[in-house]
Design a protein. Sequence first.
Length: 76
Amino acid sequence: MSHVSTQPNALPHSACTTRKGTSPLSYLQSRLNLSRSRRALLSLSEAQLQDIGLTSAQARAEAKRPAWDIPANWCK
């Protein structure tokens, strides 16, 4: 059985490892920042989540995504 992500713009782990011209350190930093941002969603109130167009369930799902599960448009 193959893994199929339920996230609309998710990529498999190896689909986008680095962008052309990006150093490994920059790549790592961007993944750490993404992870922090996703975890920060958990601290937002319902009103704040509504302001950014997310439900609490969507915020929890996004916060659980691993750092290498990145938006597809980042690889372009």
